[in-house]
Unconditional design. Structure first.
Length: 195
């Protein structure tokens, strides 16, 4: 399998092979953010890419938002798009090395499915570590058979439930009703609460 490291992702951005990048915030995450009332929530967007979620959150008045990506290019894009956004909240590095914690909310959008599936248990543990008690991990997971040829790598509702239920209360895990057309019936919207 190709090593999904910094060089791999930098090359994807440099060659503009951005099949996961829809160019705007996905409808399920937009609608979720729209119902959030507390603008002081401490939020993390891992594997942020061009971070349309961050741009939308800032437009809505959220300021305690952090993004992390292993690739430099999308982070430079964020800095150009939101020049006043604090540099210390735009983090370049490996998600698994992140030392910040106590997040109220972590937004998942195509990050989980981009990781080598062998890292999924580590992902769950790291998410639990990053969240405060009762913090929420929310977003979208792909719902198609797990493949060896990725990213993206798939998975199923049953697999995700088994993977997350030890460390999280599964509040919602269901087919997203408002996915963009190319992803219709291929995404699960979820809200997991840290135990």
């Amino acid at each position: 399998m190709t090593k999904l490291n910094k060089d791999f992702w930098e090359k994807k951005y440099n060659q503009e092979e951005l099949g996961w990048d829809i160019g705007y915030i996905s409808t399920p995450l937009k609608e979720y953010i729209d119902q959030l009332k507390d603008k002081n929530l401490k939020i993390l967007i891992p594997g942020a890419g061009n971070a349309y979620e961050l741009i939308y959150l800032v437009e809505k008045g959220f300021s305690n938002v952090f993004v992390i990506d292993i690739a430099k290019q999308p982070l430079e894009h964020i800095k150009r798009r939101i020049p006043d956004f604090p540099n210390d909240q735009i983090l370049e590095g490996d998600f698994f090395d992140l030392e910040l914690n106590n997040f109220d909310l972590i937004l998942e959008q195509t990050f989980f499915c981009a990781l080598d599936p062998s890292l999924r248990t580590d992902y769950v543990r790291k998410m639990k570590q990053l969240l405060k008690p009762n913090g929420k991990l929310t977003g979208l997971l792909f719902n198609f058979p797990l493949t060896e040829s990725g990213p993206p790598f798939g998975g199923s509702l049953a697999e995700y439930k088994a993977l997350f239920q030890k460390h999280f209360k599964i509040k919602i895990l269901e087919t997203a009703h408002n996915s963009i057309k190319p992803r219709a019936d291929k995404e699960l919207f979820f809200i997991f609460e840290s135990k």
